[in-house]
Design a binder for this molecule. Structure first.
Ligand code: CAA
Ligand code: NAP
Length: 240
């Protein structure tokens, strides 16, 4: 049995590609999701990867879900905090509900995912934390004050955890995808999406598998000296 890897939002989109890649690389993978039971069941049927349902925005549910994963599969050594949502609106139209929903899921959800596994990683002196941030956390984005704030926050989380985890053999890194062909991007109005694609120098959206390969590298033993870093995979759309 390989190392146990937890992928939140691991049943579809980028998370699905990450779950499959980690399984192919020999990890025992647990994939979580929020509510799309049909997709999760189809994913498990197709991949044999176990799925778990909880809301990452809720600390107690995350803690209980993680305890269940560890009881089923063993100690979690790799965490991929991938679950995320958008609630886009220009700032003057953004509601407090849209603000809080995104903060609770994308930012507090990352805390809720990492915090319960952290003590075990410290004790065992090994861990890999990988947070899926975004190009829009690096550059900001029209209509994404809420989302960009969470994704920039992810970078602060991994830089801080990298320092706290260093002596315990734990690395913490972020991947900042550009625009990737998933349902999240397909939800953007078509005309707007076309203009976004026109602004990507490689002339296309990224594929989820292109992000999964970055995650697999950061999870591997080869990446042991990399911590507090960000891999940008965005088709040359933005440079830090
Ligand atoms: N830059 C400058 N101006 C813009 C703009 C932009 N990027 N986008 C829209 N505007 C302008 C519009 O042209 C419009 O101008 P006028 O009032 O002069 O006509 C004005 O802003 C307001 O636009 P709307 O009235 O159309 O705004 P709306 O309330 O209907 O909201 C929207 C529309 C939500 C902004 C929609 O355009 C949208 O979804 N945009 C995409 C935002 C985006 O890129 N989200 C990323 C989602 S994918 C993701 O998040 C993954 C990731 O990490 C990369
Ligand atoms: P997606 O296709 O919409 O999939 C989102 C996944 O997250 C689903 O499995 C969903 O579960 C789960 N999820 C959502 N809210 C949750 C919650 N509260 N609790 C638990 N799970 C939850 O999204 P994606 O495009 O793959 O994006 C994945 C991550 O990459 C996100 O963090 C996103 O911000 C980031 N990202 C995406 C892009 C892009 O262009 N697509 C670019 C940069 C960064 P259900 O299936 O049950 O809904």
């Amino acid at each position: 049995m390989g190392r146990v890897a937890l992928v939140t939002g691991g049943s579809r989109g980028i998370g699905e590609a990450i779950s499959k890649k980690l399984k192919a690389d020999g990890y025992t993978v647990a994939a979580t999701y929020a509510g799309n039971d049909e997709k999760a069941a189809a994913f498990t049927e197709a991949t044999g990867i176990k799925t778990y349902k909880w809301n990452v925005a809720d600390y107690e549910s995350s803690k209980a879900g993680i305890a269940q994963v560890e009881a089923d599969l063993g100690p979690i050594e790799v965490v991929v905090a991938n679950a995320g949502i958008t609630r886009d609106a220009p700032f003057h139209k953004m509601t407090p509900e849209q603000w809080h929903e995104v903060i609770d899921t994308n930012l507090t959800g990352v805390f809720n995912t990492i915090h319960p596994v952290w003590p075990g990683m410290r004790e065992r002196k090994f861990g890999r934390i990988i947070v899926i941030s975004s190009i829009n956390g690096q550059k900001g984005q029209f209509a994404q004050v809420n989302y960009a704030a969470t994704k920039a926050g992810d970078l602060g989380i991994v830089k801080s955890l990298a320092q706290e985890g260093a002596r315990a053999g734990i690395t913490a890194n972020a991947v900042c995808p550009g625009y990737i062909a998933t349902e999240m991007v397909m939800a953007i109005p078509e005309k707007v999406r076309e203009s976004i694609i026109a602004g990507i120098p490689v002339g296309r959206l990224g594929e989820p598998e292109e992000i999964a390969r970055c995650v697999a590298f950061l999870a591997s033993d080869d990446a042991g000296f990399i911590s507090g870093s960000t891999i940008s995979a965005n088709g040359a759309q933005f440079f830090v």
